[in-house]
Ligand binder design. Structure first.
Ligand SMILES: C[S@@+](CC[C@H](N)C(=O)[O-])C[C@H]1O[C@@H](n2cnc3c(N)ncnc32)[C@H](O)[C@@H]1O
Length: 240
């Protein structure tokens, strides 16, 4: 069994095909996975929307963890992957279903850490936040993955305007950490703040923003992927 600190590296070296009926790996970005390895502690009360290698990390850390995603076969593969790696999955609970249906009837408990990485279409990340935010402890954290996507980006924009939440900052180029400072409700009126828009990376510092934007666009189009494959062969040092 890998020591917890090696787990992110192990998963990165050999990403398990947990998604899409066992044909794909749609894991959290590696820096966010490494952040989870370093920060999730035994006994923490945690929950994620979506499931995958992050779930394996939560289980490995000994968190009291719940994962919500629609596919029971995905959950089976995660349990099998835990068993294959000698990870105790006894504190792991899965909820089968879409988060917008599961979370309203979820039995709440105070949460130390939430990962929002389930459905990314509008308004699902916001719906996940809405149902879970009241149950995050004061001082607790949420990781919002894929913040460059408008439905997540608008949530980050909104939280910047809320005194009860602190946008702590990015981990890697896709994931944003936010911290709950107080219990409150959003204003009932919109006061003109910008919410969302096109694909944006403006939660990153300016230089990293440009690199992340170019890199992500290159990696998310067929032409970009082909160009990267060639460049990787010729200029491998740039990718290390
Ligand atoms: C990007 S993957 C999550 C990756 C995971 N955090 C990891 O580290 O491997 C997206 C996940 O969202 C799940 N999903 C898709 N639609 C969903 C929905 N409506 N509610 C909850 N989860 C959903 C998928 O089954 C998948 O597990």
């Amino acid at each position: 069994m890998a020591a917890p600190s090696d787990l992110a590296a192990d998963l990165r070296a050999d990403p398990p095909r947990l998604h899409a009926s066992g044909s794909a790996y749609w894991g959290l970005a590696w820096p966010a996975l490494e952040w989870l390895v370093a920060n999730v502690k035994p006994g923490m009360a945690t929950l994620e929307t979506g499931a995958g290698s992050s779930t394996i990390v939560f289980a490995s850390a000994g968190a009291d963890h719940e994962a919500v995603s629609p596919f029971a076969d995905e959950h089976e593969r995660i349990r099998e992957e835990c068993a294959r790696r000698g990870i105790d999955a006894s504190r792991l609970r899965f909820h089968v279903g879409s988060s917008h249906e599961v979370l309203p009837r979820w039995e709440p408990r105070p949460l130390d850490l939430v990962l929002v990485d389930g459905a990314h279409g509008f308004p699902y990340p916001i719906v996940d936040f809405w149902h879970l935010a009241p149950h995050v402890k004061i001082g607790g954290l949420m990781l919002l993955d894929d913040a460059y996507m408008a439905p997540v980006g608008m949530l980050v924009d909104h939280l910047r305007t809320r005194p009860s939440w602190e946008v702590v900052g990015p981990v890697g180029y896709r994931t944003v950490i936010v911290k709950k400072l107080a219990d409150d409700l959003p204003d009932f009126d919109w006061s003109g703040e910008r919410l969302g828009g096109r694909m944006r990376f403006d939660y990153l510092p300016p230089r990293e923003r440009v690199v992340a934007s170019l890199r992500h666009r290159a990696l998310s189009t067929p032409t970009g992927l082909a160009a990267v494959a060639v460049a990787r062969r010729r200029l491998g040092f740039l990718f290390r």
